[in-house]
Design a protein around this ligand. Sequence first.
Ligand SMILES: [Zn+2]
Length: 376
Amino acid sequence: MSDPPFCPNAHCPHHERAPVGQSWFEYAGFYGTKAFGAVQRFRCCTCGKNFSTQTFRLDYYVKRPRSYRRILKRITAGSGVRSLGRDLKVSHQAVLNRLSRLARQALGVQAQLLPTLTLQEDLAADGFESFSSSQYEPNNIHLLVGCDSQCLYAFDAAHLRRKGRMTDEQKRQRSLREKKYIRARVSISESFTRLLKCAIRHIENRAACRVLLFTDEKHEYRLLVDSDEYLQHLRSREQFAHICISSKLPRTTANLLFPVNYLDRQLRKDNANYVRETVQYSRSVNNCLERMAVYQLHHNFCKPYRVNDRQKRELRHAEVAGVDREVIDRELEGIYGWRKFFSKAKLSLSQLLVWTRMVGNLDRFDGGYKPQYIFM
Ligand SMILES: [Zn+2]
């Protein structure tokens, strides 16, 4: 990058778009770094903000650059954070830091591309149950998936109460932990409301006259869909229907919840933190959601749509959903080099919670250190 593309100060008139052919900035010397050599500094002539080439890079503040392409490839192919750290010769904390950066890139790309598509298929939504930190903190990650494309449109997490068979000691432990909770649970309803908002945005921009939403029989889902005025308006005109499917039915391709069941399976086999009965579970809900965002990017835009079909293998899930391939390629270009800006990414509320690491474990503060630049 020779010239900066815009002023990084969100309150500056040159932030949204910098004037072409006008010298809105001035060169302000260099500073030396071990990792990147001499870095050019700039100063905005309007707001006086000092910044450098590094301000725009995904590796802003990084001291030991590592290949993001390699991290993405391995983390979405069942690799654990520590094994990846050993491979890259960095600590697992450094890997988590790079994953946070990749997650924000992923959220930025999704926020840019998915809202632009015209919905051409029915939708399925369901919760993916996992846990983070310990078995006492199960969570339910709601997924919104396209029925034909299996494109993952959105996800949102809720906390669950530990259920199932427990000994008396485990029950005592559960109530002890519940007394020490520092934050309120994100309920199923709260989380599904956010997901439904995202579904409605897509339904508003649909190609077909009629669209169906498949979910399982949770009463919260039915209540929330029934209480939404817009969906009820569409339903009265026979343009929308909510179909509840029993989650006890065999999980075959004939099952109408197949799109979400398929994604559940992909998540379990591709992500080490979701593989059951191992020690590779996420230690924090935020880390878990960041990995989900990275996987969403990989699933929608990088992975072949069908591997056994010669033509379909060239397609991507988002492409089948209706995003133009050229637009995808253009958006992915430079994704490992230039960072997405918070002020420019048009995030949904679900995405914002992941970007700012605000979901969190119930019994401890795990938002971690949030550098100021992630809000720039
Ligand atoms: Zn400025």
